[in-house]
Design a protein around this ligand. Structure first.
Ligand SMILES: C[S@@+](CC[C@H](N)C(=O)[O-])C[C@H]1O[C@@H](n2cnc3c(N)ncnc32)[C@H](O)[C@@H]1O
Length: 352
């Protein structure tokens, strides 16, 4: 049974927040100010790293196999800006939920798998009277972290019981590759939420899509027995298999709506598919091409980030190189009108 690693990296100095964020049995060490001071600056102050295939990976989970280094965090920061352009910042009900309407009882928001912290820090700045917490296997310590925001080292797969009933908003974005059982996570989140709280999840399914002549999207159903084009779609199938083999849940996006809609304590479910072009193909409209340029940069960097995942799962270096080289060319030349699908689901905890 793995032990929980729960260590607060930046803790706002307010007793209300400290009380709110205490993990069971961990509060004394976790709130010790020196743990903040020791990690105060610089990219090399991440906890728990190991070096694999030239990239820094978290050292506490064998499941999540994407890097946790500056290059990856830079990709995530840019990706977050692009997501805001495509989807907006928050679900429409979020401002009402985080309204500072009960004196002495600040609203609280949790970001699961916060990565670079781009989302949770932005939320903390937008809602300065709320308390914001990000947790991650290897969260980024930022020198510009708002006072009402903190990040904590934690493995979501070990359960979220220490947070039950403590948050008004729970957000999770693109973490499925590190989650053993996503349906259980949805149930955990339902317990973490206060009554009428908001859950917002965004995931993609590690597949590539094209479209039919009538415009309907169609999944590129490929397998790993062939090493042939379409190359980015082929690379994605290898990534999907590697994540599954490592114990992650790559197709969670496909089931999110059902899991939330069928959950007895969750209601008002709203779901939406965002079809994000992976390159500026000539048949795309102006906005799609604009996004396609940004997404191409993101995906090209993602191909590099995925090397430890594929190589660590026994795919030969020769095959990884061939897949990556051809996928990069396919993207650079915007050869195919392809998309990834990001599934967004948000819902409220029922009030009884
Ligand atoms: C692809 S990144 C996305 C980061 C951020 N949510 C975003 O959208 O920019 C996935 C993040 O989830 C974290 N993660 C994955 N599995 C996790 C787990 N079991 N517990 C905590 N964090 C996890 C990783 O460390 C990584 O920072």
């Amino acid at each position: 049974m793995p032990s929980r690693s729960s260590e607060i990296i930046n803790m706002p100095d307010t007793s209300a927040c400290a009380h709110l964020l205490r993990p069971n049995g961990k509060q004394i060490n976790a709130l010790c100010p020196s743990s903040f001071d020791d990690r105060a600056s610089g990219p090399d102050t991440f906890a728990n790293h190991k070096l694999e295939y030239g990239r820094k990976l978290n050292n506490s989970s064998e499941i999540y196999r994407l890097p946790a280094d500056e290059e990856e965090l830079d990709r995530l920061n840019k990706q977050q800006k692009m997501f805001i352009e495509i989807m907006g910042k928050y679900p429409p009900c979020l401002p009402g939920i985080l309204q500072d309407d009960v004196p002495g009882e600040p609203k609280a928001c949790l970001d699961l798998g916060c990565g670079s912290g781009a989302w949770i820090m932005e939320l903390a700045r937008d809602y300065p009277s709320s308390l914001a917490l990000g947790i991650d296997l290897a969260p980024k310590q930022s020198t510009t972290m708002p006072d009402n925001c903190s990040v904590e080292v934690d493995d979501i797969n070990l359960g979220l019981e220490h947070f039950y009933g403590k948050f008004n908003v729970v957000h999770a974005q693109l973490i499925s590759s590190g989650i053993k059982n996503y349906e259980k996570l949805v149930d955990d989140i339902s317990c973490v939420l206060r009554p009428a709280g908001l859950m917002h999840i965004l995931e993609f399914d590690f597949h590539v899509y094209d479209h039919m002549p009538d415009g309907a999207h169609r999944r590129c159903d490929l397998d790993t027995s062939d090493i042939a084009g379409p190359w980015f779609a082929r690379w994605m199938i290898f990534a999907n298999m590697a994540i599954r083999k490592a114990g992650g849940h790559p197709d969670a996006a496909t089931h999110l709506r059902r899991w939330t809609a069928e959950h007895p304590d969750l209601g008002d479910v709203v779901s939406h598919d965002y079809w994000i072009p992976v390159s500026p193909h000539s048949t795309f409209n102006v906005f799609q091409r604009h996004i396609g340029v940004q997404m191409r940069e993101d995906v090209t960097s993602f191909l590099k980030s995925g090397r430890p995942l594929l190589l660590g799962n026994g795919v030969s270096e020769q095959i990884v190189d061939e897949l990556q080289r051809n996928a990069e060319h396919e993207l650079r030349t915007a050869a195919l009108p392809q998309y990834i699908r990001v599934q967004s689901v948000y819902c409220r905890k029922k009030v009884y």
